[in-house]
Every structure is written in structure tokens, then in C-alpha cells.
Design a protein around this ligand. Structure first.
Ligand SMILES: Cc1cc2nc3c(=O)[nH]c(=O)nc-3n(C[C@H](O)[C@H](O)[C@H](O)COP(=O)(O)OP(=O)(O)OC[C@H]3O[C@@H](n4cnc5c(N)ncnc54)[C@H](O)[C@@H]3O)c2cc1C
Length: 287
């Protein structure tokens, strides 16, 4: 099969998508498409071209049943620029290849993330890792902004002074705040990328990394639109229930005056006949 390209993805190549105040995500290269996933999945039984509808059904089946290896056939290479505190969260995703801008070798990028005023929020009371929805008085937002800005400017002035005196860059950098921007090349396969997106597009993830995840999501959608649709349906917008939660739902379903036609309801909601059968089977097994 010839090298596969996707028109929507080609249009995004080398186009930085702006993230936060000075950051971006840029698609440098990609390999594969929805077709490559189907091709890999079918290799065992050597079938030729199938109808688009069947390909979509296969991709949805693979994704729904966590048959992840065909999704590893698609690769993405990004150039990203983000604040160091975002990079620290991002680097925890170990299943990617990374090459970062070196502050031992090169002078630091003199740019710092300063949050927009609506992002300056109180500590959340119910989510220890999050921000509250409560309004922060504008004068307090301004004060926070001024603190962040002046300390970044001060740190940068100290860094430049050390650089002017030819102090080693690897030492001078320890003065810089985690709001300093860094850059890297990041290469990852689609299966691991979807895992990253599921975690980092979730509203439990910090707002600043979510902005980058959402930019990457736009690119993924352009390269593999059918996989993206399946991922949205069966992972991103799906929910898992514990056995206790299942018991609550099962008991509730038992109170219905008559058994609905589960398959038809699923078809009406947009599932294929095969998917609707799986849905009906899931419900019937638990009621
Ligand atoms: C909302 C949120 C809050 C977080 N809070 C914290 C926090 O407070 N403190 C903190 O330290 N981290 C925190 N993290 C980071 C989190 O614990 C994970 O390190 C990060 O999300 C990467 O996930 P991962 O390991 O699944 O991804 P990857 O490293 O990409 O790994 C993908 C999958 O590969 C497998 N894998 C990879 N490496 C190994 C290995 N060595 N052994 C076994 N299996 C492996 C696992 O199945 C893993 O799920 C947080 C993450 C999120 C999304």
C-alpha cells in the first residue's frame, strides 16, 4: 500500500496551534490513517479492501474491546512549547519519545506563562487538586497577576545577569520559575496518545495541560476521524460503573413496568445492529 496521507491532516502539518499565552502544538509528521488500523487488524486473514461501513464497524469493535495493537500502527510527531509545570505533568506519560530543549546547552526561552484573569481562582474545597468556581474579586486577580509577572521578570533579570557574566547555563537556570516556557519534540503512537488524551482532556486534569490536550485532539481527529468518533463514543464520553453502582442501576431497571426493546432503543440512539446487540446483551445479563 502506498504512503497514506489525509487531506485534513496535511492541511495541519507545520501549522502551530496556539496554546495559552506563548505555547503551541505543531504536527511535524504522522504515519498512517484509519485505513492502516483496519489493514493491521485484518492482516491475520489477508482480506482485501472492505466497504467503508465495515471498516468503521471494525474500528469501533477494536476500540470497544480494547484490542489496542492495531492503533499502535499510527504514529504522530509533534513540536510543542509549554510552561515547565505543564511539561512536568506531560512527561509522566512514559510511552512516548521525547527530546527537550536543553537549558544546559542553550539560553533559556525568556517567556513565562501568565494566567488569564478568569483562570485566577481560589483553591477548590471539594477537589484538592483543583480550582473553585467561586468568583475572585478583580483586584485580587490583578494582585496575583502582578506577583507572578514581577517575580518572573525578576528571575529573568537575575538569569540574564548570570549569563552576561558567563556563568554556566546549567547553573543559571536553577533560578527560573516553573512558568518558564520549554519546548520539545514528542512522538507517540495512537493507542498511547488516546490514553494521554483520555486522562488529560478530563476535567480532573489541570486547565493548562487540558488546553494542549484539546489542541492535540483536533489533530488526531483530522488524521483518524473514524477512530476519533469511536474513541469519543466508547472512551472519552463513556463512563464506567462499579459493581455497587451496577447494582443500583439493575435494581432500578427491575422496577420498569415492562421490558423495553433494548436493541431498538440503541439503534434509535445511533448504534449499528451489531453494537445494539452487544448493548442489549449487556443489559439483559445484568437484569
Ligand atoms: C488528573 C491527574 C492527577 C494526577 N495526580 C498525580 C499526583 O498527584 N502525583 C503524581 O505523581 N502523579 C499524578 N498523576 C500522574 C499519573 O499518576 C500518571 O503517572 C500519568 O497520568 C501517566 O499515566 P500512565 O502511567 O497511565 O501513562 P503512561 O506512562 O503513558 O503509561 C501508559 C500505560 O502503560 C503501562 N505502563 C507504562 N509504564 C509502566 C511501568 N513501568 N510498569 C507497568 N506498567 C506501565 C500502564 O498500563 C500505563 O497505564 C496525575 C494524573 C492525572 C491525569
Amino acid at each position: 500500500m502506498a504512503h497514506v496521507t489525509t487531506p485534513d491532516a496535511e492541511a495541519l502539518l507545520d501549522q502551530p496551534i496556539q496554546c495559552l499565552d506563548h505555547g503551541f502544538v505543531r504536527l511535524v509528521d504522522y504515519m498512517g490513517s484509519d485505513e492502516s488500523i483496519v489493514q493491521a487488524a485484518r492482516v491475520s486473514y489477508g482480506k482485501g479492501t472492505k466497504k467503508v461501513r465495515e471498516d468503521r464497524g471494525l474500528i469501533r469493535y477494536l476500540l470497544r474491546h480494547h484490542h489496542t495493537s492495531p492503533f499502535e500502527m499510527v504514529e504522530f510527531k509533534f513540536h510543542c512549547k509549554m510552561p515547565i509545570f505543564v511539561a512536568r505533568q506531560w512527561i509522566r506519560h512514559r510511552t512516548a519519545n521525547v527530546n527537550e530543549y536543553s537549558l544546559r546547552y542553550s539560553k533559556a526561552i525568556g517567556e513565562f506563562y501568565l494566567p488569564a484573569s478568569e483562570q485566577i481562582r481560589f483553591q477548590s474545597k471539594d477537589n484538592r487538586q483543583g480550582r473553585s468556581e467561586d468568583n475572585v474579586p478583580p483586584e485580587l486577580q490583578q494582585r496575583v497577576f502582578d506577583i507572578l509577572k514581577s517575580s518572573a521578570e525578576q528571575a529573568w533579570a537575575g538569569y540574564e545577569e548570570m549569563a552576561d557574566q558567563d556563568i554556566a547555563r546549567e547553573l543559571a537556570r536553577i533560578h527560573l520559575p516553573v512558568s518558564t516556557y520549554t519546548e520539545w519534540y514528542w512522538k507517540i503512537d495512537l493507542s498511547n496518545l488516546l490514553h494521554f488524551l483520555r486522562l488529560r482532556m478530563d476535567n480532573h486534569a489541570q486547565y493548562e495541560i487540558r488546553v494542549f490536550a484539546e489542541a492535540i485532539a483536533k489533530i488526531v481527529q483530522a488524521v483518524v476521524p473514524v477512530t476519533w468518533e469511536a474513541f469519543s463514543d466508547y472512551s472519552l464520553n463513556a463512563r464506567q460503573f462499579s459493581s455497587q453502582e451496577m447494582a443500583v442501576l439493575t435494581n432500578l431497571l427491575k422496577t420498569l413496568p415492562e421490558t423495553p426493546d433494548w436493541k431498538q432503543l440503541a439503534i434509535d440512539a445511533g448504534l449499528s445492529s451489531f453494537e445494539a446487540d452487544e448493548f442489549a446483551e449487556k443489559i439483559e445479563k445484568n437484569t
